[in-house]
Design a protein around this ligand. Structure first.
Ligand code: PHB
Length: 394
């Protein structure tokens, strides 16, 4: 075959080579950046946590809408899957999002069991993952990884401060009721560790997840007559729990404490929720601009009142917006993306927060009491709480 220089002058051949090399190297950058950013979402849209998942998803999309439906200048595509809170099916669902759909980011889940499973898979795949709820300590503890971030809380953050709160209230004998899976169990462990400091008693009463049949437990509580009850239930199960607790005649004699029991549920619980005390990293009555904006725009978009689940979804959106701006939408630059995420300050409706070394929010835990159908702040349970991230080596 004849040489190119036989037909065209040498300088022209060189110019063609240079231009094609530039096109070969630079074009993929432009096309990659022009393609849509894919966000895989695995959240519950059915069952007892349906509202939690829906609020997280809607607020995440709302935040990105407020950024012109773009991240780092690129349009966004969502691939959203119902987790059904099913741990065993989650392996296939997560793998499909990563390998078949080739998502750039993974957001999920609500349920701690799925969260631990997701952590195991994305640690291997390297997919940048944001956990907008699941509290299992390991996610930002023993199984922490550079590509895993959490915009919610750890089990420990929302249980340990309660020990102090209930001891100071003068309670010495407390029944602990919870759904018997990772998050409930870790809530109990952290509570026992802090409450039973000087011989206080905790009576352990786990119940099967996601059942909401509480009558036989309430009969036991009536005969035990503890000073108070500390309970973890959430979503649909929490509505049932609070109503049944009042109907069983326990509400006025044995005070009820919790984290999530009255979050996003007070309307459905009605008068039975009055007086329930909780600790959480948010309250609707927090007076700041980000909270006002979320409450207004979330209501306008969904017709629903914002709650902590909406906040966690919204903050996941803010984290993505900020990090993608920092890398001009180049999702292949994972190192720079992770660095931007690590150093971001999130202007959250819960108040501004930063991430710990293990990638979990450092945040204030409020003390709240349901008054006239609203969780009103009555104090601060613990300020700027950073999780100990036991076992995290990063
Ligand atoms: C969890 O499984 O980690 C979990 C679920 C629902 C909540 C809080 C934590 O409200």
């Amino acid at each position: 075959m004849k040489n190119l220089s036989t037909f065209i002058p040498d300088f022209l051949a060189r110019a063609i080579m240079i231009i094609s090399t530039i096109l070969f190297c630079v074009l993929p950058i432009f096309t990659a950046n022009a393609a849509k950013v894919k966000i895989g979402i695995l959240l519950p849209y059915t069952g007892t946590y349906a509202k939690l998942g829906t609020h997280i998803r809607d607020a995440l999309m709302l935040r990105i809408e407020q950024n012109g439906n773009t991240l780092g200048g690129r349009e966004v595509e969502y691939i959203s899957v119902d987790s059904e809170m099913n741990v065993s099916k989650s392996t296939n669902r997560i793998n499909k999002l990563i390998k078949k759909d080739k998502v750039d980011f993974l957001v999920g889940p609500v349920h701690s069991g799925i969260g631990i499973n997701m952590t195991r898979i994305v640690t291997k795949s390297g997919t940048i993952t944001i956990v907008p709820n699941a509290g299992a300590n390991q996610i930002t503890g023993k199984y922490c990884a550079p590509n895993i971030f959490r915009t919610s809380f750890t089990s420990w953050q929302l249980a340990y401060p309660m020990g102090d709160v209930m001891r100071k209230a003068g309670h010495k004998k407390v029944v602990m009721m919870y759904w018997n899976y990772t998050f409930g169990k870790q809530t109990k462990e952290a509570f026992v560790e802090s409450f039973a400091e000087s011989g206080e008693e905790v009576i352990d009463m786990p119940t099967p997840f996601p059942q909401a049949e509480f009558q036989s437990y309430f009969t036991k509580i009536a005969s035990i007559q503890p000073d108070a009850v500390f309970a973890f239930y959430s979503g649909g199960g929490a509505v049932q729990f609070v109503k049944d607790y009042a109907a069983a005649g326990l509400k006025d004699s044995i005070p009820l404490y919790s984290s999530f029991l009255t979050e996003g549920t007070t309307k459905a619980q009605g008068a039975s929720a009055e007086g329930v005390i909780s600790i959480l990293h948010y309250s609707r009555d927090l007076d700041n601009e980000a909270n006002r904006r979320l409450k207004k725009t979330f209501k306008a978009k969904t017709g629903e009142e914002a709650d902590i689940f909406a906040v966690q979804g919204y903050d996941t959106g803010s984290l993505l917006v900020q990090a993608m701006d920092a890398v001009n939408g180049d999702t292949r630059n994972k190192k720079a993306l992770i660095q931007a995420m690590e150093s971001s300050v999130i202007d959250s409706p819960r108040g501004p927060f930063t991430f710990s070394k293990a990638h979990n929010p450092i945040q204030t835990i409020y003390l709240r009491k349901v008054t006239n159908g609203e969780n009103k702040i009555i104090g601060v349970a613990a300020k700027n709480v950073e999780d100990a991230a036991v076992g995290c080596h990063m």
